[in-house]
Ligand binder design. Structure first.
Ligand code: ADP
Ligand code: ZN
Length: 290
């Protein structure tokens, strides 16, 4: 039996399941304080014994296995969690192999294993939600980098009509600051869900997401790009994003996946379960010492 934990800013999900991504039992807690949440997580895994656990954690978080700070949450605006040694705390209490990765990387692993990228080698996964994050998995493995990529902070060229402030405290023109759910709401209307499909904001947002996807495609040459997250509930966005990528490519289709973007760029297949399923696959790798 394997364990999976998905640590989000508002909710924490824990599951037990198998290496094929089957979830047998699942619980959810509101994200409150490290003290309360760790008690809940530990109680769950003391009564549901597993051989290894894969954690998908919100960022920024130290994912460097060689660092003494591995598994510590970094400089987050969620003050109670700032510099909390999540992984170390759990390891001390549970005494089984446990590893931690960024939430988007683990979701990418879930989709690359049993979702929209299950037949693909290099899978890029974006979430366009409360934040924007990008994960990458090559041959069902994470990149062995000392920190997770921060694809949400790459620079975006603004639409000439868009002079509204960015929502990112660090960057005036970054992907997350211009196109995340809260950025859309701060800049175009109080509730992104209620912005009608023909609202001019969506043309601008599709252009921005298209730029972000295009840049990362050129950087990684993936077989598959998966775009999920709450904002993508605006289902009209996906085809508009593809049109923007096609326009940007301008026939520079230097490998086959770029000639068939209809197939290459897709919605997720695992829905809200990508992170938990990815955590189980991750736990299977941890158990085998990968
Ligand atoms: P999180 O990123 O916290 O995991 P989500 O991926 O669900 O959560 O993203 C939440 C964000 O998505 C919110 O900012 C919300 O405004 C936006 N969102 C959710 N549903 C829609 C929708 N139907 N249309 C546009 N934006 C949406
Ligand atoms: Zn930024």
């Amino acid at each position: 039996m394997l364990g999976s934990i998905e640590v989000g800013g508002t909710k924490i999900n824990c599951a037990v399941g198998d290496e094929q991504g089957n979830i047998f039992k699942q619980v959810q807690f509101q994200t409150t304080s490290p003290n309360e949440n760790m008690k809940q997580i530990i109680a769950f895994f003391l009564s549901n014994k597993v051989e290894a656990i894969g954690i998908a954690c919100f960022g920024p978080v130290n994912i460097d296995r060689l660092s003494s700070q591995y598994g510590t949450i970094l400089d987050t605006p969620k003050l109670a969690w700032r510099f909390f040694p999540f992984l170390q705390t759990l390891k001390e209490k549970l005494n089984i192999p446990i590893e931690l990765q960024s939430d988007v990387n683990v979701a990418a692993l879930g989709e690359a294993s049993y979702g929209a990228g299950k037949n693909d080698r290099t899978v890029l996964y974006f979430t366009i939600g409360t934040g924007i994050g990008g994960g990458i998995v090559i041959n069902k493995q994470f990149l062995n980098t000392p920190q997770h990529p921060e694809m949400g902070h790459i620079t975006i060229i603004r639409d000439p009509s868009d002079a509204k402030d960015s929502d990112c405290p660090f960057h005036t023109d970054c992907f997350e600051g211009l196109a995340s759910g809260p950025a859309i709401e701060k800049r175009f209307g109080p509730n992104a869900k209620n912005l009608p499909a023909d609202h001019p904001a969506w043309e601008i947002i599709a252009n921005y997401i298209g730029q972000g996807v295009y840049q990362m495609m050129l950087a990684y040459a993936p077989d598959r790009i998966i775009i999920g997250g709450g904002v993508m509930n605006q289902t009209h966005l996906l085809s508009n994003i593809k049109q923007n990528v096609i326009k940007k490519l301008n026939n520079y289709t230097y490998y086959p996946a770029l000639t068939n973007l209809e197939k290459t760029i897709t919605a997720p297949a695992l829905g809200d379960n990508a992170g938990l399923i990815g955590g189980l696959i991750f736990a299977g790798q941890i158990k085998k010492g990968l």
